[in-house]
Design a protein around this ligand. Structure first.
Ligand SMILES: C[S@@+](CC[C@H](N)C(=O)[O-])C[C@H]1O[C@@H](n2cnc3c(N)ncnc32)[C@H](O)[C@@H]1O
Length: 209
């Protein structure tokens, strides 16, 4: 995982509310979304207009802020389901703090290998007509967990929906994520690889059929 940490002011150009939101959160104990990725994700969400986003790996909520501000910016009521093990004590505080600003944040504590599928199923069952339009995988970075997260989200994703695999083909390679991404690509195709100028990678998959 990249070990560079970015200051809140480096995100200020993306959305006026982003810098103060990030500055109020605890310092990330491990890698968080970089400013260039955050800008891409923000605009991707504005284009795709996903009513529901599901994310693995909340950490202290940096990507969550980007996702929900982007939904809000186009008049959607932010709706994000995020699952995290809570291996850092800051995670629960940050989730509670952000839920007071974004009531549509549903934070689930648990290991995605057990908690992800039931959480998504429950949420879709309770909200008839809702579909999963975008899934973001940034939880466990070992191959088994990253692939399991991708496959679970793929199985719920609506045709035409997108998956974002964070840290895929970073300049400093993360072998677990790279292997998981390539396995998904071999199985389902329809994947594109991106790398930002600061060396962070991600993969986008569109569920084509
Ligand atoms: C790289 S951080 C996520 C960063 C966040 N997406 C952001 O951009 O701010 C990875 C997170 O995944 C969580 N995690 C690791 N393994 C997990 C697992 N098996 N299930 C759920 N969460 C996990 C860790 O607790 C950590 O908070």
């Amino acid at each position: 995982m990249p070990d560079t940490y970015f200051a809140a002011r480096e995100y200020a150009h993306i959305h006026a509310a982003l810098e103060p939101l990030l500055a109020d959160l605890p310092s990330p104990p491990e890698g968080h979304i970089g400013p260039q990725q955050a800008e891409y994700l923000y605009h991707l969400i504005r284009l795709l207009r996903p009513a529901l986003v599901v994310e693995t790996g909340f950490c202290v909520g940096h990507s969550a802020c980007v996702i929900m501000l982007a939904q809000e910016s186009i008049g959607l009521s932010p709706q994000l389901l995020s699952v995290d093990l809570c291996k850092y004590e800051e995670t629960k505080w940050a989730a509670k703090h952000l839920a007071s600003r974004f009531p549509g944040l549903m934070f689930i504590e648990g290991d995605t290998r057990e908690a992800l599928a039931p959480a998504v199923r429950r949420h879709l069952r309770r909200n008839a007509g809702l579909s999963l339009d975008l899934g973001i995988v940034d939880g466990g970075h070992d191959m088994d967990t990253a692939l399991s997260d991708l496959e679970v989200l793929f199985s719920f994703l609506k045709p035409g929906g997108y998956l974002w695999l964070d840290d895929f083909e970073n300049a400093l390679p993360n072998s677990g994520v790279n292997l998981a991404g390539r396995t998904l690509a071999m199985r389902w195709g329809s994947c594109l690889r991106f790398q930002t100028r600061d060396g962070r990678g991600f993969m986008l998959h569109q569920k084509a059929f």
